[in-house]
Design a protein around this ligand. Structure first.
Ligand code: G6P
Length: 486
């Protein structure tokens, strides 16, 4: 990728890769552990990235006040992987954008929950306004040669807004959630549909996790704006835009070597002691109706019902991480989950045993790794998921190549993880059967599957993902230039 050398990489996402906390007048930075964040952070910390770019920037909305940021930058001498440029957005506008159009309109629709979608012209206006605020910030920063990489559904309009001001800019866009079929996408209001597709086509390269999402997008472009495509290249009024698949990988090493960390060893020993003689099934998700937690519980309950011989011999450790709490659909979901856990435990618990160990909180990295390592089955069954990195983290954590992954066939990750037990997440009979199969699987079969899964993870880890995307972005740009000069 020699052409990229000594250029600036500017990443843009709604969230910045950290939180800024203030306690007793002292400001401290807490790095986030989200999928996108840890992916890009681990890439940028590699030496390779420093050789590729002479500066790396991260632009995102600030979920902290300007005064706290000023206080932090004045004092902090810590060198980070990225230079940070926070955008301060009016709270009312931000709430309408984030809790409204992003997470009450786009999120449910793109995850195939059309009945949850809210239609509100005001939240779309806020969405446009926030995207424009991002564009204004970038206009202050951009220099010729910069590479702009915009992330996710919160910023669909941004590529075109930047393109209008900088026709020659190099712009990549990556979507971290599914791109739905046209039959779902068409349920958006007509002006929103057109603006979203035009917004995306401002990019030079648009990346998705799976080939299905690419195909859905290409068809949608044709249906909404009439632009045709050939070999994943859209011809939009003589500008060539590439759409392609880049299945997001993880920092495999970070998880595979975690078994050596003293805190992980300690936590794992504690878990093994607590559940001595029992098999452990584990799941962890953000609290979200797309994650299929209530269906998963129904599958586990059915398993207990059908296989009384397993009662008192298995526990389901289910961690749910708080998320988007203001939105009513999220709060309702929490109540449903807690009622269901209570009911299952009420029905099956004995004095010595409780079938579901439920926790509603954040997990530290050490706790997460200890649970990945100590569990016999990873039960990851979203109803829809762009990729699902938990499935990949579970596999990467199994240094001894034991353990079984049960994975929803509706997660993007399923297309790369065929050795997992793939299930339809809404079919409780299938989930119950998969649990039984996983618990009875021989160590030799577990190992055979894990070896293949781990090999594939290593072949396309996060560094490959970033390199692949940036290389293709560069190629696409070169092809456009060649076409213009023809
Ligand atoms: C998904 C999205 C990300 C988002 C993350 C956490 O992975 O694709 O864009 O950042 O969820 O959601 P939140 O609303 O807390 O940022």
């Amino acid at each position: 990728m020699t052409q990229l050398q000594q250029r600036r990489l500017i990443l843009v996402s709604n969230r910045l890769p950290f939180q800024l906390l203030e306690k007793n007048g002292k400001v401290s930075l807490k790095e986030s552990d989200g999928g996108l964040v840890s992916a890009l952070k681990s890439f940028s910390e590699r030496e390779e990235a420093s050789n590729l770019f002479n500066e790396k920037w991260w632009v995102g909305s600030a979920d902290f006040p300007q005064a706290r940021w000023d206080k932090f930058t004045a004092k902090s001498k810590v060198k980070h992987a990225f230079e940070i440029s926070p955008i301060f957005i009016d709270t009312k506008v931000y709430n309408k954008y984030y809790n409204g159009f992003c997470n009450a309109t786009l999120w449910p629709l793109f995850h195939y929950f059309p009945s949850f979608v809210e239609y509100d012209e005001n939240t779309f206006k806020a969405y446009e306004e926030v995207n424009r605020t991002f564009a204004d910030k970038l206009a202050e920063m951009l220099r010729p040669g910069d590479i702009l990489w915009i992330h996710d559904y919160q910023l669909f309009l941004l590529p075109q807004m930047v393109r209008e001001r900088f026709p020659d800019a190099t712009i990549g866009f990556f979507l971290h959630i599914p791109f739905p079929t046209f039959e779902i996408f068409r349920l958006l209001h007509r002006p929103w549909k057109e603006k979203i597709i035009r917004g995306l086509l401002g990019a030079d390269l648009i990346g998705f996790h799976t080939n299905e999402y690419v195909q859905h997008f290409l068809k949608t472009v044709r249906m909404v704006l009439g632009f045709d495509h050939e070999f994943r290249v859209v011809n939009a009024d003589n500008r060539l835009i590439k759409a392609d698949l880049f299945p997001l990988g993880i920092d495999v090493q970070r998880f595979s070597t975690a078994s050596n960390l003293p805190e992980v060893i300690e936590q794992k020993e504690q878990i093994s002691k607590n559940f001595e003689g029992k098999k452990i099934i584990f799941s962890v998700d953000r609290l979200d109706y797309t994650k299929g937690v209530t269906h998963r519980l129904a599958g586990f309950e059915r398993f207990l019902e059908l296989h009384p011989e397993w009662r008192e011999k298995v526990v389901f450790v289910m961690v749910v991480v708080p998320s988007r709490q203001i939105i009513s659909k999220y709060n309702e979901r929490r109540k449903l989950i807690e009622e269901q856990v209570g009911r299952i435990n009420g029905k099956y618990s004995t004095l010595q045993w409780q079938p579901v160990l439920y926790r509603y909180s954040h997990l530290s990295f050490a706790e997460l790794c200890a649970l990945y390592q100590a569990s016999d089955t990873g039960l990851i069954t979203p109803l829809r998921d762009g990729m699902n990195l938990v499935a990949k983290e579970y596999v990467a954590s199994r240094a001894d190549q034991s353990g079984v992954l049960i994975l929803s066939e509706l997660a993007g990750a399923a297309s790369e993880m065929g050795e997992a037990i793939l299930v339809n997440p809404v079919d409780k009979e299938e989930v119950a059967q998969a649990i039984l199969t996983s618990l009875n699987m021989s160590p030799a079969d577990q190992k055979a599957n894990m070896v293949q899964l781990q090999k594939r993870l290593l072949d396309y880890d996060v560094t490959h993902w970033v390199n692949d995307f940036l290389r293709q972005l560069d190629d696409t740009k070169q092809q456009q230039i060649a076409q213009q000069t023809r």
